[in-house]
Design a protein around this ligand. Structure first.
Ligand code: PFF
Length: 445
């Protein structure tokens, strides 16, 4: 059977931006900006994106498009019968582990979307305690988690063009409009200007070693790097696409969404004097409080949780595709069998992660709950090492002329041919060394 490709460049870009823009942009970035000195964090983040993430994104593009295979098959084809195939296997394993906990949060956003439609966020007295009650109850979160996973599976089941590409083409512009509209609404509220000032005025006194580690981790997670996702999507790219400019556009779009989400969240948090909490607390506790106090808040809440839902869905879709491409191409499974097989296992893993906020909250490994273990393993270990190894593969293992041919489309892209030595230098030295340093400091700080 012929392998599917993305039908258009725009479709490919939107699918990749869909993967990149997710919960990381909506809940983590604004929070990190809030605690690490506003624009000071943004500046560092942008620096990391350009110095480390972009070379890695380009490397994943090169591996995916040169091989036109799933993550495992890609390494195996470009370096036959070597241990590199295990790196490919790791790249399939990490997105699988990420979905197992990411879909729990996806389920919460679906639940909150339903609650918002039922106008539950009009009274702040009703909101207090709502989040902790919901996540700690044994069964209620499982229903929306399962539904969220089902939605992911249905899109992936429909295939690369009719499922993933079409979904991204409709949902990403919608997501952009919704976040833009909320940002404009929030920025113009009385009292919001303090928040806007905070967001765009760098306060370097808040920058510490932890800020660097956080900025780097975010630059990595937000661009879905080090876990086979971009590599797999790139394997569906056309040979005529310009890898350099596509990577740059994806990085810019991801940054734009992160800044827009911060504009939609932080000024309101300032205007209503609520404390921005970390992670889930920010969007599931603080923001509903803000919606209750804000004019037209009930309506804004519906659109906000719709945005969170879309952002989360396009990300899990990209992760699932990594695993499905592997099962279909390496194990000759049918797409249908692969998707439903994954659904069953992921649902069970999701149940464990979800219950680690309720009945299983005392089950810990090295002091971490099941949910935190999955997150720690994927985000702090598998993703950074997957990333370093992808750069090392392109910079040291692949033949230089092959990398050149892929990056410059056989020498036909003049600008890329000119800056090729610089990109190659970054892929070979700067990115792997930089990612390694930051990953190690993460354990030491
Ligand atoms: N980039 C996504 C976010 O910012 O939420 C998270 C993510 C998606 C991580 C896909 C890894 C991945 F493979």
């Amino acid at each position: 059977m012929e392998r599917e490709n993305f039908n258009s460049r725009l479709g490919m870009l939107l699918a990749m931006v869909g993967s990149a823009v997710g919960l990381g942009n909506i809940w983590r970035f604004p929070y990190l900006v809030g605690v690490h000195g506003g624009a000071a964090f943004i500046i560092l983040y942008v620096l990391f994106v350009f110095l480390l993430s972009l070379p890695l994104l380009i490397s994943e593009f090169v591996i995916g498009r040169a091989s036109r295979l799933n993550a495992y098959g890609a390494y195996d084809k470009l370096a036959p019968n070597t241990i590199w195939r295990y790196v490919g296997f790791l790249s399939v394993l990490s997105p699988f582990l990420i979905i197992a906990y990411y879909d729990v949060v996806g389920g919460w956003s679906l639940h909150y979307f339903f609650e918002a439609c039922a106008m539950s966020f009009s009274q702040s007295s009703e909101i207090a305690g709502m989040f902790s009650n919901h996540i700690s109850s044994p069964f209620a979160p499982l229903f929306t988690m399962g539904l969220f996973l089902l939605m992911t599976c249905v899109v992936v089941l429909m295939g690369v063009q009719s499922g993933i590409e079409r979904f991204g083409k409709i949902m990403m512009p919608l997501l952009f409009l919704v976040i833009l509209a909320i940002a404009i609404w929030v920025i113009t509220l009385p009292g919001a200007s303090e928040g806007v000032k905070y967001l765009f005025k760098p306060d370097f006194s808040k920058v510490t070693g932890k800020t660097l580690v956080a900025a780097m981790g975010q630059a990595f997670f937000s661009l879905s790097l080090g876990c086979g996702t971009m590599l797999t999507y790139a394997s569906y790219a056309k040979k005529s696409d310009n890898i350099g400019s596509s990577s740059l556009q994806i990085a810019f779009a991801d940054l734009l969404f992160a800044i827009l989400a911060s504009c939609a969240i932080l000024p309101g948090v300032f205007a209503f004097g609520v404390d921005p909490g970390e992670g889930p607390g920010l969007i599931f506790e603080t923001l509903p409080m803000m919606f209750a106090a804000m004019p037209l808040g009930s309506l804004v809440a519906i659109f906000f949780f719709l945005a969170v839902l879309i952002a989360a869905l396009t990300s899990t879709i990209s992760m699932l595709e990594v695993v499905i491409a592997y099962l279909v191409e390496e194990h000759h499974a049918s797409r249908k069998a692969a998707v439903w097989g994954c659904f069953s296992v992921l649902f069970l893993l999701g149940v464990l992660c979800s219950m680690s906020f309720g009945p299983l909250k005392d089950v810990t490994i090295l002091g971490k709950t099941i949910f935190d273990c999955f997150d720690f393993l994927a985000a702090n270990i598998l993703m950074p090492f997957g990333g370093i190894l992808a750069c090392v593969f392109v910079g040291w293992k692949m033949k230089k002329p092959d990398v050149y041919a892929e990056l410059t489309n056989e020498g036909s892209l003049r600008f890329m041919s000119k800056i090729y030595p610089l990109i190659y230098f970054f892929i070979r030295y700067v990115a792997p060394a930089g990612i390694l340093c930051v990953t190690i400091s993460n354990f030491l700080l």
